[in-house]
Design a protein around this ligand. Structure first.
Ligand code: ATP
Length: 362
């Protein structure tokens, strides 16, 4: 049974639908990221789970119980905001113990639970420090300690790393993942940063315009995107819209703008597409699937002129044009081609495996 379940969750603000029938089932101890562009409904989802908003329609279930009518303080949900929202006039101890004092937990217990929470976030000796003296990363850990000290059923993190600089962000991300793994608390993490979602999550819900476009592991989303939005949002994507040149048999016979044919084996799930003459097919080909050299199992795609180049460390990215289409090619920087280094302006043959084309839509 899922531990946290959102059923048909819908939130209308005036004429605008911030969330439109969101369904998610999250297992106990799982870390799920809500990923998506600005305004897609991530924070609204967090606020609905926490109980700060009453949904226009739909329900929130925690541990098999419909908590939709319950106020925030009865949901046992810990939340960390982007701004951390620490109390500047209180020291670290009093910030972390705030929720326990409000719940009238005996003083002795507060002391031991706050110290345990500070140990968990690796700040065991900072209890008496003023929060304004702490670095951004330390403040973020105090905010997490404050959220976990109440022993929440669900931990909600709303872009908690976005105020940190790049290197601190990476380190804190790793610590956060380790902390959540050790706590085994079911966690929903909001981010608009794909890399962050990939590094942290067990599964990712990719949202757009208040709807879930796909819910799965990072690999699912990258390797088997459900649609063009997912394919373009996750990593770099070459998406081609090609008309059918012929219909029938085991092949998809498509035409490049130049008129040359591209024959692909029909995908196993082709029944879900309505393939008809006169229609177009949307294909995905990831940049790293395109090579400059012939390898076993590859076919020559076409010759393309190299238009631009971007060095990206272990990889370089080339923009190329051929057969009337532009595409991206990711090439391992460490492996020059057999006929010398590549350069902008060259015309090169491109090689692919036909099975690396994915049909996104028809
Ligand atoms: P961001 O990444 O920019 O924080 P988000 O994905 O968290 O965006 P939400 O804050 O959930 O997006 O907002 C979703 C939509 O609902 C947006 O168009 C936003 O303008 C709108 N919205 C959110 N809260 C309210 C509100 N209280 N009143 C009116 N509209 C709202």
């Amino acid at each position: 049974m899922p531990y946290l379940e959102l059923r048909n969750l819908t939130q209308q603000f005036g004429s605008q639908k911030a969330l439109d029938g969101l369904n998610l089932s999250i297992e106990k101890g799982e870390l799920v990221s809500l990923l998506g562009p600005s305004g897609c409904g991530k924070t609204t989802t967090i606020r609905l789970i926490a109980g700060f908003l009453e949904p226009t329609a739909g329900t929130v279930w925690i541990d098999g119980r419909d908590v939709t009518p319950l106020p925030p303080e009865r949901r046992r949900v810990g939340i960390v905001f982007q701004s951390y929202a620490l109390f500047p006039h209180l020291n670290v101890f009093d910030n972390v113990g705030f929720g326990l004092r409000a719940a009238k937990v005996p003083r002795r217990q507060i002391e031991s639970r706050v110290h345990r929470a500070l140990e968990l976030v690796n700040l065991p000796n900072e209890a008496n420090r003023a929060v304004f003296e702490l670095s951004g990363g330390e403040q973020q850990r105090v905010a997490i300690a404050r959220a976990v000290v109440i022993e929440p059923q669900i931990l909600l993190l709303d872009e908690p790393l976005s105020n940190l600089d790049a290197s601190l962000r990476q380190r804190t991300r790793q610590q956060l993942r380790e902390l959540i793994t050790s706590l085994q608390t079911t966690t929903v993490f909001v981010t608009h940063d794909q890399e962050e979602a990939f590094a942290l999550s067990d599964r990712i819900a990719l949202l757009s315009k208040g709807r879930c476009q796909q819910f799965g592991t990072a690999r699912d989303l990258y390797d088997h995107p459900a649609n063009e939005f997912v394919a373009r949002f996750i990593g770099r994507a070459n998406v081609f819209t090609l008309p059918f040149a012929a219909v029938g048999g085991d092949c998809l016979c498509l035409a490049w703008p130049s008129g040359r044919e591209l024959r692909l084996r029909k995908p196993a799930d082709s029944a879900r597409f309505h393939i008809q003459a006169g229609q177009s097919c949307k294909l995905l080909l990831r940049p790293e699937k395109i090579g400059f050299e012939e390898r076993a199992g590859t076919i020559r795609l076409f010759s393309a002129r190299l238009l631009s180049y971007r060095f990206a460390g272990a990889w370089s990215e080339w923009e190329a044009e051929g057969e009337g289409v532009r595409l991206w090619i990711a090439h391992s920087g460490a492996s020059p081609t057999s006929d010398g280094p590549l350069a902008v302006g060259m015309t090169k043959d491109l090689w692919v495996r036909v099975e690396d084309f994915q049909v996104l839509d028809v």
